[in-house]
Write a protein that binds this ligand. Sequence first.
Ligand code: ZN
Length: 516
Amino acid sequence: MRFFQQTLLAGCFLISTAGFAQNNDSLIIAAIVKEANEHSELETIAHQLTDGIGPRLVGTPQMKKAADWAIAKYKEWGIQARIENWGEWRGWERGITHIDLVSPRVKSLEGMQLAWSPSTKGKTVTGETIILADQPDSLSFQKWLPAVKGKFVLISMNQTTGRPDYNWEEWATTASFEKMKKERDAQTTAWRKRISNTGLNAKALALALENAGAAGVVICNWSSGFGVNKIFGANTTKIPTIDVALEDYGMLYRLTESGVKPVISVRADSKELGKVPTFNTLAEIKGTEKPNEYVMLSAHFDSWDGGTGATDNATGTIVMMEAMRILRKIYPNPKRTILVGHWGSEEQGLNGSRAFVEDHAEIVDNLQALFNQDNGTGRVANISGQGFLHAYSYIGRWLSKVPQEIRGEIETSFPGSPSGGGSDYASFVAVGAPAFSLSSKSWSYGNYTWHTNRDTYDKIVFDDVRNNAILTAILVYMACEDPEKTSREKAVLPINSRSGKQAEWPAQRKANRTGN
Ligand SMILES: [Zn+2]
C-alpha cells in the first residue's frame, strides 16, 4: 500500500513537471519566433558584413576586419566572443583591376584578377592577345611557347553559347538544342585535348607561360548562367591572371582568331602581406547546469572573393549570429553551454573546423549536438542523421517543437550516412561527434551564386534566412534543455552494391595550418 501511494505520488509529480516543461517550452518557442519576426537584425548585419566589409578570403585584412566586427556585435548583444588563432596563411589584399580593349576599338571589359594574383606592379600593361595554340604534342608546344612573349594568353575555351541550357530548353527547337549540345561536347573534348597536349597541368602551364614572358593569363570560368563566372585563385607567381566575363572573352577570342590582333591594357593592383595569422571566431553563452556540455552553432566565415560571399556563407553566418542574439535575449541561462564557431578557411578544406576538433577534445567529447548551415540562402529542406543510430529519437524530439510551417518543409533521413566533407560539420562527424547539416533549398546556388562574381547581398532571401534563424534557435534551445545526453552510437553502414564492400566511417583529416 505504501509502495502504491509512493508510486502514485511520484507519478503525479512527473506528470506535473512534464506539463510545466511543455508549457515552458511553448512559451520560450513563441518568444523566439516573435523576437525573430519583430526585431530582426538580419538585414542590418548582412549589409554590414557583405557591403561594408566585403568578401572574406583567408589571409586578407577583410577577414580580420570581419572577425573584429562580429566580436563587437556579440559584445553589443551581451555575448562573450573571441578570436582563436590556429595557424598562418599567405597574406594578400585585392586592389583594383581595370581591363580595357584599346584596339581595334575602345571598350572597358568586365573582369577581375583572381585571388592571390600577382599585380602589374603599379603600372598599366598593354599587349596583344594570343590564343593557347593547338599543338600536337608537348615538344611542339615548347617550340610555340616563345610566341607568348609580351602578350596576354587566352587559355579558356570560347563557349559555344552564352545562354544557359534552361534558356535553350525554353526557346530552341529540340533539333537545334541537340545540335548545340553536340557541338559543345565536341568543342569541349577538343579543348581538353589541346590542354593535355601541352603536357602540363594547370599550375605548370601558368608557370610555363609566365617564364616564356607572357604579359598575363586570361581565363573565362563561366558558370553556365547569364552573367556568372566562378572566381578562384591564380596559378601564376609573377604575372596577373584575370578572369573575363563570357561576353567580353568571346569577343576577344573571335577578334584574335580572325586576325584582328586586339590589344588590351590591364592594371591589377594587389599587395602581398607576408605570413598572417589565421583563426576562428567563437562566441559563447555559458551553461548553468551542465556548463561542460556543449551545443554548437556552426557556419564558415571565410569566402571566395569574386562577389561578397553573400550566400557562401554570409547567410549561414547571419543565421547563427541572429540565433545567438535571440537566444541571449529569450534564453539567457541555458542548461548546457551554447557555443558558435565562425570558421576560417573552410574553402581550402574545412581547415578552421578541423583545427578546432584537433585543439578542443574537451568540447568535442562533450558535444550534445552541432548545427551547421552552408549551402545558400534557402529554407532548410533536409536534415540527415549522419549515420548516428539514435539521431532519429533526439532530432525528432527537438524538431517536433518547431512550428509546423518551418518543420513541414524539412525532409529527414535517419540514420542517414556520415558525410566525409562538403562543410564543417563533417570535421566533427569524422570523430564521431553528433554534428548535423541544416541543408537548404537551392535558389540556383550551384550556377548563380556559389563562388561566383554575383554572390552579393541582393541574392539573399531574408524570409528564408529568418526561417532558418528561428529553426536554429529552437533546435539549440531543445538540445540544451534535453534531460538526456545524445547517443553517439553509429549505425551499421550499408554495403556498396557495386564494390560489395561495407562503407566505412569517414576518417579524421588534418587541418592545413601553414597555407601551403
Ligand atoms: Zn560554403
